[in-house]
Design a protein around this ligand. Sequence first.
Ligand code: AMP
Length: 280
Amino acid sequence: MRVVRTAEDIITALGPGTPPVILVPTMGALHAGHLDLIRFSKTLGPPVVVSVFVNPSQFNDPADLDRYPRSLHTDATAAQFAGADVIYAPPVEEIYPNGPEATPEGELPDLATKPGLEDRFRPGHFGGVHRVCDRLFELCHPSVAVFGEKDWQQLRLVTHLAAEKHPDLKIIGRPTTREADGLALSSRNRFVPVPDRPRATAVPRAIRAAQAEQDPDAAEAAARAALEAEGLAVEYAAVRDAQTLLRPIETDARVLIAARLSDVRLLDNAPWPAPDNQPR
Ligand code: AMP
């Protein structure tokens, strides 16, 4: 496995005549959730490229960007064991030759601007996600890109971007990998102070509480109550159409949660109500 800095070097590393790659975009600090995406990608056949790029344009809080964990060396080892063929760790100039600000974000769809979810609490975030994914797709020409369902609104945005601008690209979402106690893995979980960590289970508990309700409003109230009972500051606890992220629910639905615990933003979502085979 090779670690490369430019898209041109991906081709050099893989050799001529290689089929279009499978791309797993990440910001590094790889955990078992990322490794599941890589292992799954490896089963698809073509070479797997894992991008590691802490994208400045998607951080709306400079302090969050500053403290974001960076660990390329460990990431490369972990990714290699999970089956990655190439790690693509570009400098900012490769992704944004004219600087992040000068790179247009493109027109964002309603599902990224209207729901009042991430769009409300992280202004500018999806503009940055849209920009970086568009550039990564342009530079790497993947046939498939694999993302986590953990960032459900992002997954919907990227699926929309591919359909609009990269019609030969297939986006695949993978289920969320969790700790034994149900907390969704995240690179930011390490910032939860140890004494506060048990309270983080309020998030998966809130999801289960919502899934147990048959009415969307009752489900939202149940989720919010579960979070507040542990002192988490709720940004949203919402039951929405899984595709539009709005109400009314037209086909399938998700319960989506963002809440802060000790200054760490915890994000999660799941199908709503619970699928029949899932314990409540
Ligand atoms: P990030 O490095 O946080 O930008 O995430 C890179 C990719 O990993 C995104 O597609 C995320 O949705 C996905 N991801 C993050 N956490 C998890 C998780 N716990 N389970 C599965 N995928 C995840």
